[in-house]
Design a protein around this ligand. Structure first.
Ligand code: ZN
Length: 288
């Protein structure tokens, strides 16, 4: 199996992006695996701290490893938005392929200092683990939101991005470039879409030379996705869209047969609903 860093470097060379989808149960994981296998594409799955608490850190790693071993699929596991060194180390020891140390709510200096410490600690456990850091605030919640989170709006500058990458030794940078975690009500219907600052992405890619991740991809305009990937985005995170599909899939299955109590029969509908979203996103991220 190719290490994650090689898969990412190849994707950047090909001007495509690796899709990253979160899971906290077998429904989302099965849906992502089915879609990636169908399209024969590498894929990343992630668990935030909350999702990891639910699935279990070692259990998440064992699930993904077993899929990789059985199918040969290039599937990689990311510890999404990790806020403490202890949780980063636990994920590293469990066998995660990537860890995001999220110090984006700290002051810039403190973010650099803590992320640098995390990079050193993670790489001392396994130097192959890809470490990502974040500069700029894009909200925290992958949910349906009433309003734009407070403190949003300021984009990451090329200069602070370069200082951050140089000061921390991270492999991947997550900048704020017009993206946002979660979906507004108006985005659920598709009436409003997220737009990205493509020029800023290109400037940050140029200034840092780092691999770049776009967080909060749900609800983004298709053309903006394509242009952002051409400008230097290599990983795209989608979570809220698949959470929404999960809920709608479960609701549809429950209302179809009110007497059904067999979980795997109810949840099959949710797997299909999530797969549909994942497949569309993977096709878009890998269109050349
Ligand atoms: Zn994120």
């Amino acid at each position: 199996m190719k290490p994650l860093i090689e898969v990412l470097t190849q994707a950047r060379r090909d001007r495509v992006a690796v899709g990253h989808f979160n899971f906290s149960d077998l429904v989302a994981l099965k849906a992502v695996v089915a879609s990636a296998r169908k399209l024969n594409l590498p894929v990343m799955v992630g668990t935030s701290e909350g999702e990891r608490d639910f699935v279990g850190v070692r259990q998440a790693a064992a699930l993904v490893r077993s899929i990789r071993d059985e199918t040969g699929l290039e599937i990689f596991l990311n510890a999404d938005h990790t806020h403490s060194l202890a949780k980063a180390e636990a994920a590293a020891k469990a066998g995660f392929d990537e860890i995001i140390f999220d110090g984006s709510t700290l002051s810039f200096e403190e973010n650099v200092a803590q992320t640098k410490r995390a990079v050193e600690a993670i790489k001392s456990i396994n130097p192959e683990i890809v470490v990502e850091g974040e500069v700029g605030y894009i909200g925290t919640s992958s949910a349906i939101l009433d309003k734009i989170p407070e403190g949003m709006g300021a984009l990451t500058t090329p200069d602070e991005a370069r200082q951050f990458v140089e000061g921390t030794g991270i492999d991947v940078l997550a900048p704020a470039v017009g993206n946002m975690h979660g979906l507004l009500q108006s985005m659920v219907s598709g009436a409003v879409q997220k737009h990205l600052d493509i020029e800023r992405i290109a400037e940050i890619a140029q200034a840092t030379g780092a691999l770049l991740t776009l967080h909060g991809g749900s609800g983004t305009n298709d053309d903006d996705f394509k242009r952002s990937i051409r400008a230097g985005i290599t990983i795209v995170h989608v979570n809220t869209e698949i959470r929404l599909a999960w809920r709608r899939g479960v609701e549809a299955a429950l209302s179809k047969d009110r007497g059904e109590v067999v979980p795997y029969k109810i949840l099959t509908g949710a797997v299909e609903a999530v797969s549909e979203v994942v497949e569309k996103r993977l096709q878009l991220f890998n269109a050349r």
